[in-house]
Write a protein of this length. Structure first.
Length: 242
């Protein structure tokens, strides 16, 4: 598609959005010196969380913790991030930082990562920070189907108010049914591609595309091609609808 003719695959609707690379708007922010951010999902569109791509050519130093009450999840795409608490994240490394976590962030040159931020819903004691790497996380079949494997990056206990998973699709695999649920999603395609059904639309998607799925939006994915497809997906889990 030729962006120069005013076209894009990005499509923002009432209850979902597809955000494709050719329409990213890279901005600077006063509290992110050295970084450029493409904020793909934000409460302005109806979401209850924010999701951004962050890139830094020359590296980042001492990025301040999130604002009061806000949790962060970071997922490294390229380069490296180091926290002031001594954790180092390489590509496919991730960090969950609960509200109040005092770690500052540093990044090496040519780093790209995904940043999620949301107002944390605590049930008593806040969970501790979590650090890990996708390669170390168990891959388990979803509903017994080993063509669709899930890696859960965060512990599943009730102290967490959301989950961050990697969904791994064998070529030709699909979600078993069209899901509708009150929980939201923020998604980044990591590899491969296929067709994503959102509400009453079917979108061709590939690596680098991001999706917002609002509450109750009918959703389904079918993986196409000869290589596996993978996506990173957030879900505001462990919540009551009321
Ligand atoms: O966990 C989920 O709700 C997930 N299966 N949804 C999705 O991939 N769109
Ligand atoms: Mn879902």
């Amino acid at each position: 598609m030729r962006p120069s003719f005013g076209q894009t695959r990005s499509d923002i609707r009432r209850n979902h959005g597809l955000l494709t690379p050719e329409s990213h708007e890279w901005i600077t922010q006063p509290d992110w010196p050295g970084a450029e951010l493409a904020v793909l999902i934000s409460p302005d569109m109806g979401a209850k969380f924010a999701m951004a791509l962050v890139r830094s050519a020359q590296g980042l130093s001492e990025i301040a913790p999130a604002r009061e009450g806000i949790a962060r999840f970071l997922f490294v795409l390229e380069g490296s991030i180091e926290t002031s608490t001594g954790q180092e994240l390489q590509p496919e490394g991730f960090a969950f930082l609960p509200p109040g976590d005092s770690a500052t962030l540093n990044a090496g040159a040519d780093t790209r990562f995904v940043l999620f931020e949301w107002r944390f819903l605590s049930r008593g004691a806040l969970p501790a920070a979590v650090f890990g790497s996708v390669a170390e996380i168990d891959n388990t079949p979803l509903r017994g189907d080993d063509w669709l494997m899930v890696q859960k990056m965060l512990p599943t206990d009730a102290g967490f108010d959301g989950e961050f998973n990697i969904m791994n699709f064998h070529p030709g695999a699909s979600l078993a049914y069209v899901e509708t649920h009150f929980m939201e999603h923020g998604l980044l395609m990591l590899d491969g591609g296929g067709v994503y059904r959102l509400d009453d639309r079917w979108y061709p998607v590939g690596a680098g595309d991001a999706i917002w799925m609002g509450p109750h939006v009918p959703q389904w994915f079918g993986a196409l091609g000869r290589t596996p497809s993978r996506y990173l997906i957030y879900k505001n889990y462990n919540r009551s609808p009321l």
